[in-house]
Design a protein around this ligand. Structure first.
Ligand code: C2E
Ligand code: CA
Ligand code: CA
Ligand code: CA
Length: 275
């Protein structure tokens, strides 16, 4: 039988309309979400292997959608970025993260994810200043996590801003290290305080010789640059043992703890824990 080309085309048009409709709806919902207080932060501990204690937490955004329940940031952050809504959302994250961290012991840091669009938005530096001032948090306890995507539209202004933040005392981490195209060149542009080794290298680190060699090279490179390292997504004792043997400074992952709410994070700090 002859295929009905028109029918197929209509099917795809309808599918595209539906995707566009869902995206517009998500955008409208996102606009309301900040105002309605539908966001919360989860906190995942970052364990310091040398000090044998929790060195900090990473703040991770959570959204309780009024009808769809808890949505993962991977579902809504891309739309928040496309629409620019990541700027007010990110401002809320920065304030809430600093306000939570002030309750913790002074050696405990808070790491905040900042998307490229938010980082390059005109008010970003004053958002950081205001969040620190309003909470009373010391700048050295705040770590801003960026990915190399911040450099895509030109390095100059970004590097200048990184230096201004550093001059304020804020720490800068390079997130998802190894997943981009030219991570090594960015290490020359700016002296990062920390490199976060992406989970895709950590998963096979105990079994795969190439992965182990890459992780070892990143750790040695970071040490030579006097930069800290965190291995992300550590889930097994085997991965932990391999990373420890390689001299990795800090680890983060489900093995030690999943992201938890603010109350549980505070309780965790009051309980001695070992990795
Ligand atoms: P990311 O910055 O790389 O954060 C780490 C992600 O890995 C988190 O996912 C965390 O829950 C997850 N994770 C931690 N340990 C493990 C593990 O052992 N196994 C596995 N499978 N996963 C682990 P989450 O919370 O879903 O966040 C996903 C991404 O969304 C983040 O990746 C980050 O890129 C983005 N994101 C989260 N919160 C924010 C935020 O406040 N602002 C911005 N701009 N982006 C955010
Ligand atoms: Ca991160
Ligand atoms: Ca990461
Ligand atoms: Ca990631």
């Amino acid at each position: 039988a002859k295929t009905d080309g028109r029918g197929v085309l209509r099917f795809f048009e309808q599918a595209l309309d539906e995707a566009a409709r869902q995206r517009r709806e998500l955008e409208l919902d996102l606009r309301e979400a900040v105002a309605q207080g539908q966001f919360t932060l989860a906190f995942q501990p970052i364990f310091d292997l040398k000090a044998d204690r929790i060195g900090g937490f990473e703040a991770l955004l959570r959204w309780q959608h009024p009808t769809r329940g808890w949505l993962s940031p991977t579902e809504f952050i891309p739309v928040a970025e496309e629409t620019g809504l990541i700027v007010p959302i990110g401002e809320w994250v920065m304030r809430e993260a600093c306000r939570t961290a002030i309750r913790w012991p002074e050696h405990v840091r808070i790491a905040v994810n900042v998307s490229a669009l938010q980082f390059r938005s005109p008010g970003f530096q004053s958002v950081v200043l205001q969040a620190l001032a309003a909470s009373g948090l010391e700048p050295r306890r705040l770590e801003v996590e960026i990915t190399e995507s911040v450099f895509l539209d030109g390095e100059g202004p970004v590097v200048a801003l990184l230096h201004r933040l550093r001059a304020m005392g804020v720490r800068i981490a390079l997130d998802d290290f190894g997943t981009g195209y030219s991570s090594l060149s960015y290490l020359r542009s700016f002296p990062f305080d920390k490199i976060k080794i992406d989970r895709s290298f950590v998963i096979p680190v105990a079994e795969d010789k190439s992965a182990a060699a890459i992780v070892q090279a990143i750790i040695d490179l970071a040490a030579a640059l006097k930069t800290d390292t965190t291995a992300e997504g550590v889930e097994t004792e085997e991965q932990l043992a391999a990373l420890r043997a390689q001299g990795c400074g800090t680890i983060q992952g489900y093995l030690f703890s999943r992201p938890v709410d603010a109350g549980a994070a505070t309780t965790m700090l009051a309980t001695p824990m070992h990795a």
